[in-house]
Design a protein around this ligand. Structure first.
Ligand SMILES: C[S@@+](CC[C@H](N)C(=O)[O-])C[C@H]1O[C@@H](n2cnc3c(N)ncnc32)[C@H](O)[C@@H]1O
Length: 237
């Protein structure tokens, strides 16, 4: 049977297209073949063919701990972290193509070569594209808050999503979250505390020092919203 072209359940994003600036287009033409993973879809745009499993050592050309950032946006945090930790492999999952192109601009400028990007709907990538137990750290900085209650169903961080996080993390692997929306922070804490395979302090974590101030963090601070970090690890056997 042919896969449907449209999704029937809500996703955590709306826009994904938009024009590239000249710099972004140049970076894309120069670097996308190397840095943007060609992920086969399954009908809708940004979907992931469930039979596609990422060959991590082949894609990076080496075996190294894998750090995944979901919703890497324009790549500020991803490129910063990849530059700080050249011995780790970094993967950004982002649906917004101009953001991915901007990440390439910054990566080329910073001469960072240990990142890869995939233009995919992250939960689908966690479900089947990333091998189970393959991720040392999963980071999600300032996911779209979907603050109206009728839109809460679009929020990324849910109990079902936490199960996918647990599935991809290595034993002893870490998930780190940050948000400037109080009620989303409360939801995240509830989700993390409610997932038996995740171990955490039960409350908010100190600000993760490896995160530079991203655009969205600055936006939140500009309107006096408190930034809350959450982190948890999977149990070691
Ligand atoms: C509010 S922005 C934050 C961007 C960045 N983390 C920062 O702090 O500047 C949220 C990002 O998540 C991306 N996003 C939302 N849902 C996604 C999904 N299901 N899969 C991949 N990316 C997603 C959006 O396109 C957007 O770039």
């Amino acid at each position: 049977m042919e896969s449907p072209a449209y999704r029937t359940s809500p996703v955590s994003f709306t826009r994904r297209g938009g024009r590239l600036t000249e710099r972004q287009q140049n970076a894309w033409d120069k670097a996308a073949d190397t840095y943007v993973i060609d992920v086969p879809g399954n009908g809708p745009s940004t979907s992931v063919d469930p039979s596609f499993v990422l060959d991590v050592p082949a894609v990076w050309g080496r075996s190294a701990p894998l750090i995944v950032e979901i919703g890497s946006g324009r790549g500020e945090a991803l490129v910063h972290a990849a530059k700080e930790h050249p011995d780790f492999n970094f993967l950004g999952l982002e649906v917004y193509v101009p953001g991915v192109a901007q990440t390439l601009v910054t990566a080329l400028h910073e001469r960072v070569t240990n990142i890869r990007l995939a233009v995919v709907n992250a939960p689908e990538a966690l479900q089947t594209m990333l091998p189970a137990g393959s991720v040392r750290e999963l980071r999600i900085w300032f996911p779209d808050p979907w603050h109206k209650s009728r839109h809460h169903k679009r929020r990324l961080i849910t109990p079902e999503f936490a199960k996918l996080v647990v599935q991809v993390l290595e034993p002893g692997g870490t998930v780190r979250l940050a948000t400037d929306w109080e009620d989303y922070a409360e939801q995240m804490l509830e989700v993390v505390n409610g997932e038996p395979a995740l171990v955490s302090s039960g409350t908010y974590a100190p600000r993760f020092p490896g995160r530079p101030l991203t655009r969205f963090e600055v936006k939140g601070m500009d309107v006096d919203r408190e930034i809350r970090d959450i982190s948890a690890t999977t149990a070691t056997p």
